[in-house]
Design a protein around this ligand. Structure first.
Ligand code: TYD
Length: 138
């Protein structure tokens, strides 16, 4: 299987700390294996809410907990793993063809996503059985 959850790992981003605070940066193609075409973020997430619930055909993403914490559940159709994100210098790389769900958001948390392409609804599997079918075609 070309894309699987073992490819989806935490990337430790550079962290430059001094008495004035900490600074982290991300450069497309350097710290992360894709160029950044889009940034979006989730915030004001009510307690108990779940986000995600889809997979992408070709999109690469890096998910960062900019503030607070949440969990990302990754599923490649064979294996699943739950990753807890709580550090703004850690990014979870998610390759294409991975079903993901986000839950367990702490109050006031902010989830920032760096994405390899602009928004394109055609790139989504929003139905799990269609995702499994697409995965079997690979
Ligand atoms: P949705 O995919 O449901 O969010 P989640 O990641 O939690 O599943 O997106 C919510 C709405 O926002 C949906 O109508 C599509 C729209 N949207 C954009 O217009 N641009 C974007 O970059 C994203 C990520 C979503």
């Amino acid at each position: 299987m070309k894309f699987n959850i073992d490819l989806c790992q935490i990337i430790e981003l550079p962290k430059i700390s001094d008495p004035r605070g900490s600074l982290t940066f991300v450069e497309g193609g350097n710290q992360i294996p894709f160029d950044i075409q889009r940034v979006y973020y989730l915030y004001d997430v009510p307690g108990g809410a779940e986000r995600g619930g889809h997979a992408h055909k070709g999109l690469h993403q890096l998910i960062i907990a900019m503030s607070g914490s949440f969990d990302v559940v990754l599923d490649d159709g064979v294996n699943k793993k739950r990753v807890h994100l709580s550090r703004s210098y850690n990014g979870l790389y998610v390759c294409p063809m991975i079903w993901r769900e986000l839950d367990n958001f702490s109050s006031g948390s902010v989830c920032m996503v760096l994405a390899s392409n602009k928004y394109d609804e055609e790139d989504y599997y929003r139905n799990y059985s269609e995702f499994m079918h697409g995965r079997d075609q690979l």
